[in-house]
Design a protein around this ligand. Structure first.
Ligand code: SF4
Ligand code: SF4
Ligand code: SF4
Length: 373
């Protein structure tokens, strides 16, 4: 099922985070800001807003920090959504997996889809994702995963891994599959690392581009082996580059609907990469709404909304003749805008990778069990 079918409302709960990851996608903007947390009033209004215009009853918690750092607020939002949606409600969480033991029971009973940012075996994971003092996080994550998996009985919860692939772990994709399987994780999505979001498009940030390196063709080659290996073990191992291979689409993802992501500073963003509305710089095209404290409602920018909706493969020159267009949808607009500064831009090396993956792996025989986070 193409990624655009992942219709949901997201809450960018808080900037608070207990970790200090090497590649944190928004570390520059988070470092400059004072800590901010979404207000319950805006979150409740956000649920009313989304439920009134969309039949989906799926809600999700995501960055810009670690959502479980504000678990009391998360519980209040879930309670409110449940009071409206009842049993139809489903809840998804993207977490760093380092949450308190005392919170596990609630998470077990209330989260349906939990994606843990987990970069594979400890020697790799802990160099990329550690505490601010450099201490390893994998012992805490392993313990939390084991606890959730062993206490899962009869509950509707899936615990999966969302892996960032860097030059450090690109060759370890099969080992990663083994490691996660042993922990009880059976659904894994991998995402190639990309340049972090700053105040100017990455292509014009010479310093950033000089230090950024990632071997995409190596990733593709090893991913192909690893996904086939995982399949034999009855484990799902997907790639962000193949996230639309299980259907036909002319749009990449929910950012083209768009569906709302409520930011801690009271804006509506269309994309996971744009977690603040104020000073979104070159990413401002994703900020299509703002909380109005006087009217207690959201003001929507129809021009931005229309521009996002117009981002189809038919409207992009480089996609029109592409052999992969029906199973790509024009690729991640967040990454593209972050790197090129243009909503209709392109990441040519990613296009080559997508076409190679499609040529070799073909489309998926069935819908993916869990769509990419
Ligand atoms: S857990 Fe997420 S928000 Fe926190 S430092 Fe790591 S990447 Fe950044
Ligand atoms: S990061 Fe990419 S896939 Fe995710 S919402 Fe933004 S545009 Fe869509
Ligand atoms: S692979 Fe590239 S050219 Fe082809 S549809 Fe996707 S974004 Fe467009």
């Amino acid at each position: 099922m193409p990624h655009i079918n992942k219709q949901m409302v997201s809450f960018f709960l808080t900037t608070k985070c207990n970790l200090c990851c090497e590649y944190c996608y928004n570390r520059e903007e988070r470092a400059k800001m004072i800590e901010r947390t979404l207000s319950l009033e805006i979150a409740k209004a956000g649920i009313d807003f989304f439920f009134s215009e969309n039949s989906s009853r799926h809600i999700r918690f995501y960055g810009p920090g670690e959502p479980t750092q504000e678990i009391k607020l998360m519980k209040q939002i879930v309670d409110y959504a449940q009071s409206i949606a009842g049993k139809q409600l489903t809840v998804e969480l993207q977490t760093n997996g380092v949450f308190a033991r005392g919170d596990r029971e609630w998470l077990l009973n209330n989260i349906n889809i939990m994606w843990i940012s987990f970069d594979g075996e400890p020697d790799i994971h802990d160099t990329q994702r550690h505490f601010p003092n450099g201490d390893p996080t994998s012992p805490y994550i392993e313990e939390n995963v084991r606890w959730l998996v062993t206490h899962q009985k009869g509950r509707n919860i899936m615990v999966g891994a969302r892996v960032t692939i860097t030059d450090e772990n690109v060759e370890r994709q099969k080992d990663m599959v083994d490691y996660f399987t042993k922990l009880g994780i059976r659904y894994i999505w991998s995402d190639p690392v990309f340049p972090s979001v700053g105040s100017i498009p990455a292509y014009s940030d010479k310093e950033k581009m000089n230090t950024f390196k990632f071997d995409m063709s190596k990733y593709v080659g090893i991913y192909i082996e690893a996904t086939q290996y995982a399949k034999k073990k009855d484990v799902f191992y997907g790639s962000f580059l193949t996230c639309n291979f299980d259907g036909v689409t002319n749009k990449h993802c929910r950012a083209c609907t768009p569906v709302p992501h409520f930011t801690p500073d009271g804006y509506i963003s269309a994309c996971d990469l744009v977690t603040f509305g104020e000073n979104a710089h070159h990413m401002d095209c994703f900020v299509y709404g703002k909380w109005n404290p006087l009217t207690k409602s959201f003001d929507i920018d129809e021009d931005k909304l229309n521009a996002l909706q117009q981002r189809t493969t038919e409207n992009m020159e480089h996609c029109k003749q592409c052999s992969a267009r029906k199973y790509c949808g024009g690729y991640c607009l967040g990454e593209v805008v972050n790197e090129t500064g243009c909503l209709l831009g392109q990441k040519p090396h990613v296009c080559m990778a997508i076409r190679k993956l499609l040529n070799i792996l073909g489309t998926s025989e069935s819908a993916y069990p869990y769509m990419h986070p």
